[in-house]
Design a protein around this ligand. Structure first.
Ligand code: AMP
Ligand code: GLY
Length: 435
């Protein structure tokens, strides 16, 4: 069977790697792919990004199924086009992908179906938005409505910062274009974040292993927000009791709500959660956002823990038989460290030769993101460059293994966090039964 993965990040390299392990798979095409998926015989990069070209390729090469990594092609209706052509594809339709592509749609959906989320109001008028902030005060959170590549959220500590954000997003000189035509202003929530990702077939839900991301650039969760600087799986905070609550209070009502609204959800669904303090039965559980895809870098440690044939799981999702699927998870912890270019996230420097890479082993893989092969030389080609992912018996050991490989990797200006996994470390043990 030949497969197609859409995207070019670390998540897509990990997806291609995980799918290529299946004995049923001859080749995984990656469009457009990166330097990592260009460097191995199991994969082949395709310089295609237009929907019509991808459909034509999949038809001509009899692709068994396609998996979409990032949000943009989903929001553009890639899944709809593939299905119309009779092609098998894993991902949400354009209508369902609005759960991520429109914050306003997602908030209204959550309210309508009783999902727990921060209180909010949505504005298109700058003066009304300003008046709301002046009345409510800070801290508060201002979100641009639309895909803004992770740059559309401002957590404002002061009223002045909130007003600045509104001017920036709704002012005449808006940096957000259409994405900034509407803002959502929401209640500031305190707690610990976790990523909860499930696979859906429109009706049935298969939860993936739990994970936690590190959104800020610098150690100690300081500095600007990024796409994610590291992750691990499982997330010890999601105990079995909390897992049950998340399924019952959030994921099931979400997927049933979409089906009830006539927009059945298919593909990966990611809830970014804020988990308040307290005992598991009573702690507050709120959805910060839905993403209509796997997280990056969360996908890398999650997929590293998949045992068995992942192609079968994806096929169950496409065929509507996820109730018959079960994933066998490696009991160990996987931990990923992202290596980013100098200047990331504002203005990443590209084109640096990657002069050393740690050797891949069964327990430690380097997934590529912003890399390219230029005349046989691997060079940096984006903000997040590599994602080194290690698997070991404890968070501490996985971290040691990952950072040892980081030490063997080199490109000029490389920046990374030294403290990935810190929340899971101090004396914490993974509760029994947690995936
Ligand atoms: P989002 O893209 O909506 O997940 O927001 C990006 C990041 O902003 C989240 O991962 C949180 O760290 C932070 N954030 C978003 N909404 C809130 C909120 N209501 N309260 C506190 N922090 C938030
Ligand atoms: N790592 C967060 C995301 O993929 O949105």
């Amino acid at each position: 069977m030949k497969l197609l993965v859409i995207g070019s990040g670390g998540r897509e390299h990990a997806l291609a790697w995980c799918l290529a392990k299946s004995p049923r798979v001859q080749k995984v095409y990656v469009a457009p792919g990166n330097g990592g998926t260009a460097s191995s015989a199991e994969y082949e990069n395709l310089p295609l990004t237009e929907t019509a070209d991808l459909v034509a390729f999949a038809l001509e090469h009899k692709i068994g199924f396609t998996v979409v990594g990032p949000e943009a092609p989903l929001a553009d209706g890639l899944v709809d086009a593939f299905r119309q052509a009779g092609l098998r594809i894993c991902g949400p339709t354009q209508a369902a992908a609005r759960l991520e592509s429109s914050k306003d749609y997602a908030k209204a959906f959550m309210m309508r179906h009783g999902l727990p989320t921060a209180r909010y109001q949505s504005f298109t008028d700058r003066d009304q938005a300003r008046a709301h902030v002046l009345q409510q005060g800070a801290p508060t959170v201002i979100k641009a409505d639309g895909l803004a590549a992770g740059k559309g959220v401002v957590v404002a500590e002061t009223t002045a910062e909130a007003l600045d954000a509104i001017d920036h997003m709704l002012g005449a000189d808006s940096a957000f274009g259409n994405a900034g035509a509407r803002v959502v202003i929401e209640e500031y929530l305190e707690g610990e974040e976790a990523s909860f990702i499930v696979l859906c077939d429109g009706r049935n839900i298969l939860p993936l292993a739990t994970s936690q991301d590190h959104k800020r650039l610098l150690d100690g969760d300081k500095g600007p927000n990024t796409g994610g600087m590291g992750a691990y799986s499982p997330a010890p905070i999601v105990s079995p009791a909390l897992h049950n609550r998340i399924m019952r209070e959030i994921m099931l009502p979400a997927v049933h709500g979409m089906a009830g609204d006539g927009v059945p959800y298919t593909g990966f669904l990611y809830a970014g959660l804020m988990i308040g303090p307290g005992a598991d039965a009573s702690r507050s559980l709120k959805v910060l956002e839905f993403n209509c895809r796997l997280g990056d870098p969360e996908a890398q440690p999650i997929l590293m823990r998949v045992k068995g044939d992942f192609t079968r799981i994806i096929e169950h999702a496409i065929d509507g038989t996820l109730d018959q699927a079960e994933i066998d998870w490696d009991r160990r912890t996987a931990l990923s460290v992202v290596l980013a270019s100098a200047g990331y996230p504002q203005a990443p420097q590209k084109g640096q030769p990657i002069t050393a890479l740690a050797p891949d082993t069964e327990d430690c893989m380097t997934f590529h993101a912003g890399t390219a092969l230029q005349n046989g030389q691997l060079v940096t080609a984006g903000g997040r460059v590599l994602c080194i992912t290690a698997l070991a018996d404890s968070v501490r050991q996985a971290r040691q293994l990952a950072y040892r490989a980081v030490g063997e990797t080199h490109f000029e200006g490389c920046q990374y966090r030294q403290d990935i996994g810190w929340r899971a470390l101090p004396g914490s043990t993974v509760p029994r039964g947690t995936t």
